[in-house]
Ligand binder design. Structure first.
Ligand code: ASP
Length: 308
C-alpha cells in the first residue's frame, strides 16, 4: 500500500470552464509527488514539491493565482507538518513570495517558532535568501475580476462560491512509513486585510502524526478553526475509524455545529486514503501502487495507470 500521496485543489464550486484545468493540475502535481516517494524520497519532500507546483499554477487560489483581499492585495497562508516529530512551520498573511509552502518549511527547519506572520514572515524570507517577487506577478486577471465583482459592501466572501478557485494541499506516507502534510492558500476572496484563516493553524489546515496519519483541509476557514477539523479527523481515527469514516463524521459535525462546508484529504499509516467533502465539489487526486485516482464530484473515482 505504501507509498501514497493524496492532493486537493480546493473545496467549493469549480466553474465549468476551469474544471478541466483544475483536474489536470492536481493530477500532474500528484504524479510529481509520487515519483519522489517511489524514488525513496520523504513524505515531507513529496508534499512540499507537490504544493509548490500547485502554487505555481495560476488555476488555484495559492501562490500565483491567489484570491485578493478587500484592498486588492495578495496575502497568503501556508503550513507544513512532519509526522515523525510533530515539527511544524507556517506563515500567515505573507506577501511577495512565490512559494509560501517553502517558506513555511524554512520556519519549521530554521527557527524555534511555529508561525511567522505578515512583515515578520517577509523579513525572515529575505534573511533566508528567498527572492521577493513583485505582487503583480502573483495576481491573475481572473483573481482581479473576482475581486472587483465582490467589492459591494454586502458581498460575503464566505458565501461567494461563484467562480471560486481552490486552496491546495497534500498528504503523504513514504516508504519508511513517515507522514507529512502541506497546505497553501490565498485565503477568502475580499477577506479583511490581516485575516488569518485555518490553513496556517496547526490542527485546522493540516496535521501529521506518525502514530495516526495525516490530513490537509480546505473550505470555510472560520468553521474549520472552530472544530479544529484536521485534529478532529485524526481523533476519530485514533478511536478506530477509517480515514473515510473519520472524515465524514468530522465534516458532518462541522456542517451541523457551525454551518461550515469543506473538504479534506487523509491518509493512515497503512496507506488507506480518503478524499471527502461536504461542499458541492472538490478537485482531488491520489497516487498509490502505480495507479492514479481522481475526481471532482461526489462518488467519482476515475482510475488510470501511472507510468513510472
Ligand atoms: N480554508 C481557506 C481559508 O479559509 C479557504 C479555502 O480552503 O478555500 O483561508
Amino acid at each position: 500500500m505504501l507509498p501514497v500521496i493524496v492532493v486537493h485543489g480546493g473545496a467549493g464550486h469549480v466553474p465549468k470552464d476551469r474544471a478541466d484545468l483544475s483536474s489536470v493540475g492536481v493530477r500532474d502535481a500528484v504524479r510529481a509527488g509520487y515519483a519522489i516517494l517511489q524514488a525513496g524520497g520523504s513524505a515531507m519532500d513529496a508534499v512540499v514539491e507537490t504544493v509548490t507546483l500547485l502554487e505555481n499554477n495560476p488555476v488555484y487560489n495559492a501562490g500565483r493565482g491567489s484570491d485578493l483581499n478587500v484592498k486588492g492585495e495578495v496575502e497568503m497562508d501556508a503550513l507544513v507538518m512532519d509526522g515523525r516529530t510533530l515539527a511544524s512551520g507556517s506563515v500567515s498573511a505573507v506577501r511577495r513570495v512565490a512559494n509560501p509552502v517553502q517558506l513555511a518549511r524554512l520556519v519549521m527547519e530554521k527557527t524555534n517558532h511555529l508561525c511567522l506572520t505578515a512583515e515578520g514572515a517577509s523579513k525572515f524570507a529575505r534573511a533566508m535568501g528567498v527572492p521577493e517577487v513583485p505582487e503583480e506577478s502573483l495576481i491573475t486577471d481572473y483573481a482581479r475580476m473576482r475581486w472587483k465583482k465582490n467589492l459591494q459592501p454586502d458581498a460575503n466572501p464566505v458565501e461567494c462560491q461563484i467562480g471560486k478557485m481552490g486552496t491546495v494541499g497534500a498528504v503523504a506516507v513514504d516508504k519508511e512509513g513517515n507522514t507529512a502534510c502541506a497546505t497553501s492558500t490565498g485565503g477568502l476572496i475580499n477577506q479583511m486585510e490581516g485575516r488569518v484563516g485555518d490553513t496556517p493553524s496547526v490542527g485546522c489546515g493540516g496535521y501529521a502524526d506518525n502514530l495516526i496519519g495525516a490530513v490537509s483541509t480546505t473550505g470555510h476557514g472560520e468553521a474549520i478553526m472552530k472544530v479544529t477539523l484536521s485534529r478532529l479527523i485524526l481523533f476519530h481515527m485514533e478511536q478506530g475509524k477509517s480515514p473515510q469514516e473519520a472524515s465524514d463524521l468530522a465534516l458532518e459535525y462541522m456542517k451541523e455545529r457551525v454551518n461550515g462546508l469543506g473538504g479534506v484529504v487523509v491518509v493512515d499509516l497503512k496507506g488507506t486514503w480518503a478524499a471527502r467533502f461536504s461542499s458541492l465539489q472538490m478537485v482531488w487526486a491520489a497516487a498509490q501502487q502505480d495507479q492514479l485516482h481522481y475526481g471532482l464530484y461526489h462518488g467519482e473515482d476515475f482510475i488510470e495507470p501511472i507510468c513510472v
